[in-house]
Unconditional design. Sequence first.
Length: 223
Amino acid sequence: MNATADSLLLVQGAYDYLVDEITSSRIRTGARLSENRIASDLGISRTPVREALQRLEQEGLVRRGSNARFTVAQPTIQEAEEACDLLVLLDTYLARRASERMTDAQKTELLGLVQTMTEAAEAGDRDAWAQSDILFHRLLNSIADNALVSATVKETRRRVQRFWLQAPSMEGRLLACSHEHLDMAQAMIDRDDEAIGRAVEVHVLHMRERVVELLRVTSVLFG
């Protein structure tokens, strides 16, 4: 493997590590991201860490202040609203496209993920629920088979979903969200474009409400 390939792997590794730490809230919103500390934790030089942070800055997960230091970003309410608007459009497109391509085996897999999600909700296991949610949307994106739209949706969802799951009112919402996923899955299986649109819109509306709720509660808005 050449030096360029090695460098790209180091950047990707640092990027994946930071995405996981931020989206899981192990690194909290507003926290300063020290290139030296991250590089030391990962056992690599600062250069791939800096490149990973620059990539995350372009995606909106981190921000760079006037002192050139990176911090974990928190969207403004307007940015959250705009992200949810985009999710409605793109998730509807992906779900409709997936419904046209779905095999019987994929239908069974999708319903199985909803069942797992429902069981996690009933057990109050937010982490297991979130993992099932990730797998649900990953499968949907795979079936739809549009890499550009799927990547845009993934990046957009990451900007808001970490706040959605932290919202105080989510404690009693996991089961209802599981039912919303069942509505989406059933609409796709039925190839009902109108029902798909309604199900996606309802689901994203509830995400929007919880994200805005948390942003208002914290009142920590970074420019």
